[in-house]
Design a protein around this ligand. Structure first.
Ligand code: PMP
Length: 455
């Protein structure tokens, strides 16, 4: 290992040299960064030796938990055999090819090909070009418009951030780029008014049909959505939503894109999120759980509908990354998928720990500051509410969420807040006792919010 300065100095070095993603650097430098230097199972440790239960699996990605020596060994072996070769000029490497096959075997149905990227953002930029190229190859070059959703997150690259529906991101960098528009999200608690969740699900799904009408069917290439909107606050759609979206895409000849970057690889108790909702996308960006975050790798799963045109009609697709299908990342991903298969983690989420987590999470609904606590598999969203009987929200949602999140962290639980929603997305290996630890600590943080607001 290279010489490391004492951990106590790292904060100052960090402040001097390191710009962090999605961070107010002035505030961060004043507060000092938390230095994480070790992890095992679902626990992470900071440089002072404090231990935290990571109920967020890193950034929704460490699906098999930390400290899996099998994955580091697989990466090490591959690095020694062949640390790098590209997949551009008529070549491939064994791990890249075998990983594409493995992913296709779990996608089922018609998603039989994979185009590799390094990240989820690049995966979104990749399908964005692919969708347009597909229609052009079919003699419909005017089918270029893409419809996405408000409050969605699809990455930080130019197309990714444009597809995302976060206004505060658009304000930085003059986004969205041309050809992308947004419709409402299926966020019943905040936006459902007097409709039942089922009615609201249909209403917001039909906004897609209205937008296609406005733009003209012949101009629309694709619609993209996360099965469950993640960074936006774990917005779980009513059951009526996805079947209606699928119907509209089918009838209007618009490609359906399911962003599986979070929901893929077991999080919802199915290999992919669209399987939970019983819909079949034409394109599906993936990343995160593909390697459980051990090394960066992403991709786009491509259906026969699109791939057949690309293979038979297009000729060259002028798109790719130096590290598309990087052999070491692919070897780590293969080992990660082997673990998920052999330990039956998807089935565990569906039949065992998912239902256990759902019951524990739901039990928080009896708390007076909780409007709703919903989950699918191991993805939970908890709505804080000022008055649960009327669904009235707190006046300063960001402050409220931050208060609860900070209380959790101070008590050894890593949680995330989006506005006034608390989010959980633990490793698929989390034990029942660890689930109890999550909900016990979160309940104490909710007590703290109740007591603070009263004061
Ligand atoms: N899509 C979704 C649904 C995501 O949650 C994310 C990341 N949180 C991305 C895309 C972007 O992935 P990455 O950060 O790997 O670029």
């Amino acid at each position: 290992m290279t010489d490391m300065p004492a951990l106590s100095n790292l904060s100052a070095i960090d402040a001097a040299h390191h710009l962090h993603p999605f961070s107010d650097m002035k505030k961060l430098n004043a507060a000092g960064t938390r230095i994480i230097d070790r992890a095992e199972g679902v626990y992470i440790f900071d440089s002072t030796g404090r231990m935290y239960l990571d109920a967020f699996a890193g950034l929704w990605c460490v699906n098999v938990g930390y400290g899996r020596k099998e994955i580091s060994d697989a990466a090490y072996r591959q690095m020694q055999d062949l640390p790098y070769y590209n997949t551009f000029f008529g070549t491939t490497t064994p791990p890249a090819t075998l990983l594409a096959q493995k992913i296709a075997s779990h996608a089922g149905g018609k998603l039989n090909r994979v185009f590799f990227t390094n990240s989820g953002s690049e995966a979104n930029d990749t399908w964005f070009r692919m969708a347009r190229v597909y229609w052009r190859a079919l003699g419909k070059p005017e089918k270029t418009q893409v419809i996405a959703r408000r409050n969605a997150y699809h990455g930080s690259t130019v197309a990714g951030a444009s597809l995302g529906g976060m206004k505060w991101m658009h304000e930085q960098g003059n986004l969205p780029i041309a050809g992308i528009s947004h419709i409402n999200q299926p966020y019943w608690y905040a936006e459902g008014g007097d409709l039942t969740p089922a009615e609201f699900g249909l209403k917001v799904a039909r906004e897609l049909e209205e937008r296609i009408e406005e733009l003209g069917e012949d101009n629309v290439a694709a619609f993209v959505a996360e099965p469950i909107q993640g960074a936006g606050g774990v917005i779980i759609p009513p059951d009526t939503y996805w079947p209606e979206i699928a119907r509209i895409c089918r009838e209007r000849n618009v490609l359906l894109v399911s962003d599986e970057v979070i929901c893929g690889f077991g999080r919802l108790g199915t290999w992919f999120g669209h399987q939970h909702y019983g819909v079949e996308p034409d394109l599906a960006p993936i990343a995160k759980g593909l390697s459980s975050g051990y090394l960066p790798i992403g991709g786009v799963m491509v259906s026969d509908r699109v791939a057949d045109v690309m293979v038979e009609e297009l000729g060259d697709f002028y798109h790719g990354f130096t590290y598309s299908g990087h052999p070491v990342c692919a070897a780590a991903a293969l080992e990660n998928l082997r673990i998920i298969e052999e330990e039956g983690l998807v089935e565990r989420v569906r039949d065992d720990i998912g239902p256990y987590f759902a019951a524990a999470w739901k039990s928080l609904e009896d708390h007076e500051v909780v409007g709703e606590a919903e989950s699918v598999g191991l993805m939970g969203g908890l709505q804080l509410a000022a008055d649960k009987s009327t669904r009235r929200r707190y006046a300063k949602p960001d402050d409220i969420g931050t208060l609860v999140r900070n209380h959790c962290i101070d008590n050894g639980l890593i949680m995330r807040a989006t506005g006034d929603r608390m989010l959980a997305s633990p490793a698929l290996t989390i034990s029942r006792a660890e689930v109890d630890e999550v909900t016990d600590k979160l309940r104490k943080a909710l007590d703290h919010l109740r007591d603070t607001v009263r004061e």
